[in-house]
Ligand binder design. Structure first.
Ligand code: PHE
Length: 346
């Protein structure tokens, strides 16, 4: 081996090491490989010369040329590994998609529903009366003339039938029950519960009622009432006043003054209107909150009870009206408007 050849190998090695190092990506690196180890690459050419060498030359140079090839391969593989890792990382970084927070598609905010004011208040009313020993009863919204009027001492023709304008259904029923209709009050459930459970009885019946009338800020054709019925021996109006005062106190979280005035409802005798003293700041006024009275003997009889043995009182109030008072809502039509801006406040 001549010093010339020796330094020649060194130069070649330095050159390819530099070229390998400078390869910015695997494509550039491949080009370096072709340049040295391709069919007519520099190292390949050197390897070809081995064949023409004398055994003497082969011994001195063969190993060096082999070493050159090994040196290249080692440097090449090392660089290739680094470049591949870098390329994968770049690719991953470019394709990274943050699923927890993305500018492109931010997660939709969770939208919670809220309870309807009527549902909230109905539950409160039910709880207060349940604590006082009342059960919750239910009745159909599509009623018959019999339950809505006849059994409640409103025979036909009776002027009181016209005080509650009725939606009649175009559906004939048997002579006893008359036409089907949308109940105009929850009072028909008085008859249904008496028929079903007899006496003594203590129930409230929350439910929807319907009136065929023009709507405005204080009237809607659909609203909610709560009926109450208590039947036992030796029952009087004093019980009613006591129970209702207690109810209003718990419902409005305040001491509420009530007053009774005579009122007319065919299904009670005597009939009363109950008012409560409504205070807001300095302002105070009497508000009519419910109809009530002692259950009429004809109604007890229609429910299958003996008026000589049992007495009872009944009341009916508008849950919708209570909602307006409780939440200071100034237009009843908001209640069934399905307006989310309204509903989200509860
Ligand atoms: N049903 C009556 C109404 O809707 C209210 C009421 C119920 C009155 C019970 C007296 C007794 O106006």
């Amino acid at each position: 081996m001549t010093p010339h050849q020796d330094s020649n190998f060194k130069q070649i090695e330095q050159a390819f090491i530099a070229a390998i190092k400078d390869s910015a990506d695997t494509t550039a690196l491949k080009e370096v490989e072709v340049k040295y180890l391709g069919r007519s690459g520099q190292i390949t050419e050197l390897l070809k010369t081995l064949k023409e060498m004398s055994p003497e030359e082969k011994r001195s140079q063969g190993q060096q040329i082999q070493n050159l090839k090994t040196s290249f391969t080692t440097a090449y593989e090392l660089r290739e590994r680094t470049l591949l890792r870098e390329e994968i990382e770049t690719k991953l970084r470019a394709e990274f998609f943050d699923l927890t927070y993305s500018e492109i598609a931010p997660a939709r905010p969770l939208d919670h529903g809220s309870k309807h004011p009527l549902s909230i208040l109905q539950k409160e009313v039910e709880e207060i009366f349940a604590e006082m020993g009342f059960e919750i009863a239910d009745g159909p919204e599509v009623e018959s003339e019999y339950y809505n009027f006849e059994a409640l001492n409103i025979p036909s023709p009776h002027p009181a039938r016209h005080t509650q304008d009725t939606f009649f259904l175009d559906h004939p029923t048997d002579p006893k029950h008359g036409h089907l209709l949308l109940r105009t009050h929850t009072s028909p459930v008085q008859i249904r519960t008496m028929e079903k459970y007899g006496a003594p009885l203590r129930v409230i019946t929350p439910g929807r009622v319907f009136r065929y009338e023009a709507t405005d800020a204080t009237h809607d054709s659909t609203f909610n009432q709560v009926e109450g019925l208590l039947i036992d021996e030796g029952v009087g109006l004093a019980h009613l006043k006591g129970i209702m005062s207690e109810f209003l106190k718990r419902f409005f979280h305040d001491e509420i003054t009530v007053r009774f005035r005579p009122g007319y409802f065919p299904f009670v005798e005597p009939g009363i209107e109950m008012d409560m003293l409504w205070k807001r700041g300095k302002e105070q006024k009497w508000l009519e909150v419910m109809g009530a009275g002692m259950v009429h003997p004809n109604v007890l009889r229609a429910g299958g009870l003996d008026p000589e043995q049992y007495q009872g009182w009944a009341f009916g109030f508008g849950l919708t009206r209570m909602a307006l008072l409780r939440y200071a809502i100034d237009d009843i039509r908001l209640i069934h408007s399905n307006d989310l801006r309204f509903l989200k406040q509860f």
